[in-house]
Design a protein around this ligand. Structure first.
Ligand code: NAI
Length: 638
């Protein structure tokens, strides 16, 4: 076998270790499944005492099906074959007479969880990397290899639908509590526990009480109606058909996609599925842009412990770097340390890991860290003179080969670097606010920037689990440059008399996570005005914006802007009865046009990267596949 490695232990247990050839992460490609199937044929002739499925890779258990093969989804025949392949194989696995066990360490997603669900037992290794889930819905598809049938039977339909409809994953302990795995064990005990459990003769886990009852055919319509109501709060069926299909398939076909071919065709042929797969591949492309250099950082030094610098430092420490955080005095660093503590607590539930992350983040009032750092990012006030003075101080203290970066939003790299003896080493590493939430980071190179410095910066960004987007130096780079005309355009509609809530509702219905007026209030109207002046080609800003800034109504931070704000939320959001036809299209047009113009101008390498940048920074309706893709196809209206 090319992908599986089979050994037998003294008790006659067959250990099937998956090591997908030519891939860093295990995937269930057609070939991997064919080999597995052939092995089951052999086991039919000579059954082992038991079979344990495990990963031979350190990178995790199984990431899922091979999404590359989904490119064939356009062809209904092939799509049907992909579904049938896993559905039949895993049914066969579930029916073998000998005990089977899936030993899960690291990520176990999609098809990886479905093969595990078809085993009699499951053990998860209790460590942070272990995550179990069926995230197919995020790609616009359904868990068609038995997940929709077996997960509800195992943990009850409500918990199962919650996982399948949101794509959320469980760690080992939660999986144990939910009944998804039989045991959660530390790594050192995993193999022994697996060997014991598989020989135990224990009855496979089944839910009891209410969760079991809910699976009864008479209860299913009620549960399904409740689930649809929940889904409807977040996603409309014409935008996101897959979650609705999951509910229908579970309710009416016990999770068997082959019983509802019509429904499956609709899902597979929908523009949403095509676009969500597109977004997946765009994300893979951004990740690969971080692989063009082998740069590795251990120590990050951040200067300026304000909103951005503090959060960049915290993120770096969370991701395992040693981080020194510099500001003028300790009182300015203290709030950032407090925020970092809250982030670590939320993301690292284990107190020991939390403590270790805190230890990695070191306040530094003298800039001691500069000489040791592999990456230095300045995030001080947006002031050219101050940044010049700082860059001049930093440069002689840098390690050779260290990245020197600025997080500036609006100053030109070309102007900033004049302070340096070697101007070619300065790059922009532009994070978005809030740092922990935003996956994209723009990596900015100007004419004359060392290509190696830009490639190293992209590798650094990827190493801290963000998506690097290479952009050429230009006002507002990509993201702010496309947001400015969009937000100003929305405000001009306000000047024309359309209510803020109507504008925001139109764009939320279009699929944006937040409307442009609420976004302006959140960013701060003073900042929106300054950015608008810098980035818009229209002479005078919208009247509604100027008036509010003059009156000191700056949005969320001052309690009042276009909306009234209380405790961080809009206090006077009103219900919107009707949205004028075509409003969303006219609101999004300036963003689309500017994106197009920046591609034309070469600020961003191509239309796909531009779409990726806008999606992963603004949350631009992923099911539309990005602004340029949407504009080209206009396949989903409203
Ligand atoms: P901020 O005003 O919250 O923090 C700036 C910090 O820099 C302050 O704590 C200040 O004490 C410190 N500082 C100033 N001069 C210093 C020096 N010479 N040495 C050490 N520390 C010094 O600023 P914010 O908002 O964090 O912005 C920082 C940079 O990030 C700016 O260049 C801005 O354009 C950029 N940026 C800001 C975003 C935002 O949403 N606030 C988003 C993306 C980039």
């Amino acid at each position: 076998m090319r992908h599986w490695n089979l050994t037998r232990d003294a008790h006659g247990i067959a250990w099937m270790r998956l090591d997908t050839a030519g891939a860093s992460m295990n995937k269930l490609s057609a070939e991997v499944l064919a080999e597995f199937s052939a092995q089951l044929d052999e086991f039919d002739l000579k059954p082992p005492a038991g079979m344990i499925i495990q990963s031979a890779k350190d990178s995790g258990f199984i990431a899922g099906a091979d999404v590359e093969e989904f490119k064939a989804l356009d062809n209904p025949q092939q799509a049907q074959e992909i579904i049938a392949r896993g559905w039949h194989l895993f049914n066969r696995l579930a029916a073998v007479p000998y005990p089977t066990l899936s030993l899960i360490r690291g990520i176990c997603l999609g098809g990886g969880l479905e093969i595990s669900l078809a085993c009699r037992y499951r053990i998860a290794v209790d460590e942070p990397a272990t995550r179990l889930g069926l995230p197919e819905v995020l790609l616009g598809i359904v868990p068609g290899w038995g997940g929709m049938m077996r997960l509800p039977r195992l943990i009850g339909p409500q918990a199962a639908l919650d996982m399948m409809l949101t794509g959320k994953t469980l760690d080992a302990r939660r999986a144990k509590r939910a009944g998804l795995v039989d045991l959660a064990v530390p790594a050192r005990l995993m193999e022994r526990s697996a060997a014991e459990l598989i020989r135990s003769g224990r009855r496979p886990h089944r839910p009891s009480g209410l969760p079991a009852l809910m699976n009864h055919p008479l209860m299913r319509p009620i549960i399904a109606a409740m689930a649809k109501k929940q889904v409807a709060k977040k996603a409309r069926p014409e935008h996101y058909p897959a979650p609705y299909a999951i509910i229908d398939l579970w309710q009416k076909a016990d999770g068997d996609p082959l019983k509802m071919p019509q429904l499956m065709q609709t899902i597979i042929g929908s523009p949403t599925t095509k676009n969500l797969l597109r977004v997946f591949f765009l994300q893979e492309r951004l990740k690969s842009l971080g692989k063009e250099s082998s740069f590795k950082a251990k120590h990050l030094h951040v200067i300026g412990a304000g909103t951005m610098g503090g959060d960049i430092a915290a993120w770096g420490a969370l991701r395992g770097l040693t981080v020194t955080l510099q500001d003028q005095d300790i009182s300015r660093i203290a709030p950032a340390m407090g925020r970092a503590g809250a982030l670590f607590k939320k993301r690292l539930r284990d107190p020991l890991l939390h403590r270790a992350a805190m230890d990695r983040l070191i306040p530094d009032t003298t800039g001691e860290g500069i000489q040791h750092a592999d990456v230095v990012i300045e995030a001080i006030f947006e002031n050219l003179q101050a940044k010049h003075a700082l860059l001049q101080q930093i440069e002689p203290r840098l390690k050779p080969g260290a990245i020197l970066a600025t997080n500036t939003s609006s100053l030109r790299i070309e102007d900033l670097r004049t302070a340096l003896a070697d101007p070619s080493r300065l790059v922009g590493i532009h994070f978005f606010n809030p740092v922990a939430m935003m996956p994209l980071v723009e990596v900015i190179a100007a004419v004359g920037t060392q290509p190696q410095a830009a490639a190293d910066a992209a590798a650094f960004v990827r190493s801290i689990d963000k998506l690097p987007l290479p952009v050429k130096s230009a006002p507002g780079f990509l993201v702010n440059a496309v947001l400015a005309p969009y937000m100003l355009g929305a405000m001009r509609k306000l000047d024309e008399g359309i209510a803020p809530s109507v504008i925001d509702a139109a764009m939320r219905r279009f699929g944006m996570p937040m409307g442009p007026i609420e976004l302006a209030d959140t960013v701060g109207l003073d900042i929106a005005l300054a950015a608008g002046r810098q980035l818009s080609d229209v002479a005078s800003p919208p009247t509604c914006l100027m008036e509010r800034v003059e009156q000191g109504h700056l949005g969320k931070k001052s309690g009042r802007g276009f909306y009234e704000w209380s405790k961080g939320a809009i206090a006077n959001r009103s219900d919107v009865a009707a949205i004028p036809e075509g409003l969303a299209e006219s609101l999004i047009a300036p963003l689309v046009d500017r994106t197009e113009a920046l591609v034309q101008a070469g600020v961003i390498a191509d239309a796909d990267l531009a779409d990726a940048g806008v999606i992963f920074s603004t949350g631009f309706a992923p099911f539309r596949g990005g602004p340029l893709n949407w504009n080209k196809t206009r396949s989903i209206r409203g």
